[in-house]
Design a protein around this ligand. Structure first.
Ligand code: SF4
Length: 354
């Protein structure tokens, strides 16, 4: 955990306040047992919670709704899903993506039938033994269906806690602090508390907006006393490496420019280029593509997603243009019609063209 000492006495999340807010403002979700019904003893169905959690790993609540309803209509319980052919499950899953999850879903249903007699387990330790169920999903099912006092930390909860603590480092560097902060607050109503934090993150303490005046956690929140939108602190992106190369602008006696098509695979595939060297991690001497009087025009810099490129730009007039066979000669006035990526437009500009 670089440059970060966890607070000795981190602020405690006020679970009572969160629950009181949840009792009034819980979102209505197809798989959710509302807090009033939960208080009357209605338990959430672990099959439904599991199904929704697995689907939500791929996409938003809005997009999941239709898939969830369709799955429940076709396979209303875990035994029905286990008995379905995997091909049928994959067909219904189509559009949700990540087909390994659909296969794990089916394998998990089969395991619940074979190992637990079709009774979906609700203890996190047992859930963790099932295919496709990791620590987050196990905690969510255990808390929501059986009030197991475990911390349930999804992306929304990460954000709420990062703001609540005014966490000075990215969440990924303080996962334990976030989890322990939630764990320390989990009350007897563990399931409702988990869902309260999720709902707070989805509605009040949202990614681009924090409605602190409406938030039940405001009295203890450190983030609201500064600027909540500073948190979570963004991870520093890895520095881009630099690659080096040479680009060669060749003209014929008429002033036309020699261009060619880049390879069919890789960066800028099938785009148009001037001849260029390999782009490598150390500076190398130019290997001119034709014998000519080469003139150096300095250097251009172009930043790609994964690296920064420094190209030395050279130009020359070819004495034997017929020797260049792979490309074509372009009129400088018509370069706008060429599929030249911006890095090669920079090259041409450096050579006094474009
Ligand atoms: S007070 Fe504001 S920043 Fe703090 S948890 Fe609530 S909405 Fe988020």
């Amino acid at each position: 955990m670089p440059n970060f000492t966890p607070p000795q006495n981190p602020a405690t999340i006020d679970a009572d306040a969160a629950l009181a807010w949840y009792d009034r403002h819980a979102r209505s979700l197809p798989w959710r047992v509302p807090p009033a019904e939960r208080a009357r003893g209605v338990a959430a169905d672990p099959y439904r919670i599991w199904l929704s959690e697995v689907m939500l790993q791929q996409t938003t609540i809005a997009a999941v709704g239709r898939y969830y309803a369709r799955f429940l209509a076709l396979w209303p319980d875990v035994a029905a899903l286990a008995a379905a052919p995997i091909e049928a499950v994959l067909v219904e899953w189509a559009g949700l993506g990540y087909y390994a999850r659909a296969r794990n879903l089916h394998a998990c249903a089969v395991a619940v039938v074979e190992r637990f007699g079709g009774q979906f387990p609700t203890a996190s330790a047992e859930l963790l033994t099932l295919p496709g169920i990791g620590p987050y999903t196990a905690a969510a099912i255990a808390a929501i269906t059986a009030d197991e006092r475990v911390a349930v930390v999804d992306g929304n909860v990460d954000r709420v806690v990062a703001r609540y603590l005014a966490l000075p480092v990215p969440v990924r560097d303080a996962k334990d602090v976030v989890r322990e902060t939630v764990q320390a607050a989990v009350p007897a109503r563990a399931g409702d508390f988990a869902q309260a934090l999720m709902d707070l993150g989805a509605t009040i303490c949202a990614p681009r907006n924090a409605s602190c005046m409406l938030c039940p956690l405001r009295p203890g929140c450190a983030g609201t006393r500064v600027d909540p939108l500073q948190f979570p602190v963004k991870p520093v992106k890895a520095e881009r490496p630099t690659r080096y190369g040479h680009a060669f602008v060749i003209r014929d006696a008429d002033g036309d420019i020699y261009l060619r098509t880049r390879p069919g695979k890789g960066l800028l595939a099938q785009m148009t280029e001037t001849p260029t060297s390999q782009w490598v991690s150390d500076k190398q001497a130019p290997n001119y593509p034709v014998n000519a009087e080469w003139r150096h025009h300095g250097q251009i810099v172009h930043v790609f997603t994964h690296f920064r490129l420094e190209l030395e730009v050279w130009s020359a007039t070819a004495t034997d243009p017929e020797a260049l066979e792979d490309g074509w000669w372009a009129d400088p006035a018509e370069l706008g019609a060429e599929a030249l990526p911006s890095v090669f437009r920079k090259v041409l500009a450096a050579a006094g063209l474009e």
